[in-house]
Write a protein that binds this ligand. Structure first.
Ligand code: SF4
Length: 150
């Protein structure tokens, strides 16, 4: 299976105070005003990447404790996103989070089942805030046991 990926790197901010491998999907249909990642709005701005190649990159980042899928809009490539979340959870055995411009309530169970955290909602420049997340309308959901809480 293949998906469009813009970049993969080590992050110290996507899960605050933790080391994560952050995988940026290219392509975004949400199109928030004054988005900071406009350069990856088109899928073709990234590289069509095989799942095995991405898993190897994630495995090779031995520093990271977590994996984050963001973008771009990762749910625009929902089948690939779900597939990758399952593989990371089962093969790499690290907790997985996503950032999405969509709301939590529209995310399918087959995705949520493989995540421990979701940062959701579009970026709103008029609601910009210092700190995390970037705008105050965005919500953070964390799974405790099998229950999601925000
Ligand atoms: S969802 Fe993310 S990448 Fe897409 S426009 Fe909004 S802030 Fe930018």
């Amino acid at each position: 299976m293949q998906g469009w990926i813009a970049r993969v790197f080590t992050s110290f901010i996507d899960i605050p105070d933790k080391i994560a491998t952050s995988v940026y999907f290219s392509g975004c249909s949400v199109r928030c005003k004054n988005c900071h990642n406009k350069e990856i709005w088109e899928k073709e701005s990234g590289t069509l990447t095989r799942d095995d190649e991405l898993i190897e990159k994630i495995k090779n980042n031995r520093l990271s404790e977590y994996v984050v899928f963001l973008g771009g809009e990762p749910t625009d490539q929902l089948d690939f996103l779900v597939h990758m979340c399952k593989r990371v959870k089962n093969e790499v055995q690290k907790p997985v989070a996503i950032y999405t411009g969509r709301e939590f309530e529209v995310l399918p169970d087959e995705l949520l089942d493989n995540l421990f955290m979701v940062v959701c909602g579009p970026y709103r420049e008029d609601l910009y805030q210092e700190g995390w997340p970037a705008s105050s309308n965005q919500r953070v959901f964390k799974k405790r046991g099998n229950i999601w809480k925000n």
